[in-house]
Design a binder for this molecule. Structure first.
Ligand SMILES: C[S@@+](CC[C@H](N)C(=O)[O-])C[C@H]1O[C@@H](n2cnc3c(N)ncnc32)[C@H](O)[C@@H]1O
Length: 304
């Protein structure tokens, strides 16, 4: 009887210690998950777009003409390219560079005018798709598989584009790098067209936490996982963060999606620091009308 009691209490103590230990581990891990990092203090964009599995899911979204997830829907893209061709007079002998071109939805359409088109993207999966599409459709497009932050060229471009609010995903120093680069790559009369998230979009956003098994229908891994999405807002600097923590049996990953929100004055100030002048603010990259209530707006700029 005594022996049984002792075994029971040893087991009870062991069991309590085990619970306390795992409680501490789980508590600390949850603290990490809920931790609010400083704006733009970590850059993981590459993991989102170049990971073997998620890049395949991204490509499927790009090519689903009805989805707005990775690219805008094909109706919008058709309208946007028609507007660009007219507005910027794109034709043979005009050179265009598209930064973050993805699988070439804009570059392919623009190249049909006979313009000399270059697309830059660090997703090998997207660039390979774009190259194959260009080859089978006889389109003369130069695709460069590279981080655009490191892109250099002796060529000068009449039109530089960065579409689907990629500019908003960059930190202040990365944005300065890109604008200096754009200024050095433009022809004398060249134009820049890009779109950004607006302060109206920031106001619509709410801080939140969602979690679930195989969060986002298995988007993050082909294996079983638990996912957290913590959305943080930084009102003083108009930045938001979607922080994804993805927990598989043998690995934990954290992906940080930062977004900077602009008004017309804040983006004008950034462009001016790189010797660029904003000519107009369309509502979008299809030439829509600017509205202060819209969550995005576009920018057309040139050298000062
Ligand atoms: C939101 S998608 C938009 C793609 C394309 N502009 C469109 O609208 O169809 C962003 C693209 O930028 C690329 N990208 C993001 N950061 C990049 C970087 N630092 N260097 C090169 N490509 C980048 C991604 O791989 C992805 O293809």
């Amino acid at each position: 009887m005594l022996l049984t009691q002792s075994v029971c209490s040893d087991y009870y103590l062991y069991w309590r210690a085990d619970i306390l230990m795992s409680g501490e581990i789980i508590f600390n891990r949850l603290q990490d998950i809920f931790f609010r990092p400083k704006p733009f203090s970590v850059y993981t964009t590459g993991e989102l777009w170049t990971d073997d599995y998620t890049s395949q899911r991204m490509l499927e979204n790009h090519l689903d003409g009805a989805s707005d997830l990775s690219s805008r829907g094909f109706d919008f893209i058709d309208r946007s390219v028609d507007w660009m061709i007219n507005h910027f007079n794109i034709k043979e002998d005009i050179s265009v560079a598209d930064f973050g071109c993805g699988p070439g939805l804009y570059t392919s359409r623009l190249a049909k005018t006979g313009a000399r088109v270059t697309g830059i993207d660090f997703s090998l999966r997207s660039i390979e798709y774009a190259r194959q599409y260009a080859a089978s459709n006889n389109l003369n497009i130069r695709y460069i598989h590279q981080d655009y932050l490191n892109f250099e060229s002796f060529e000068r471009f009449d039109l530089i584009t960065m579409i689907y609010c990629d500019y908003s995903a960059l930190s202040p120093s990365q944005r300065k790098t890109m604008l200096d680069k754009f200024a050095s790559l433009l022809t004398v009369d060249g134009k820049i067209l890009l779109d950004v998230h607006s302060c109206a979009g920031f106001d619509l956003l709410e801080e939140s936490v969602i979690c679930g098994r195989n969060l986002m229908n298995g988007f993050w891994s082909p294996r079983d996982y638990f996912g957290f999405k913590n959305t943080f807002k930084y009102p003083d600097v108009k930045v938001s963060l979607d922080k994804y923590t993805l927990i598989e049996e043998d690995r934990i990953r954290t992906i940080y999606n930062w977004l900077q929100y602009f008004d017309r004055d804040s983006i004008r100030a950034e462009f001016e620091q790189s010797g660029l002048m904003i000519e107009s603010f369309p509502g979008d990259v299809a030439g829509g009308l600017y509205s202060p209530e819209s969550p995005v707006f576009a920018v057309i700029a040139s050298l000062e």
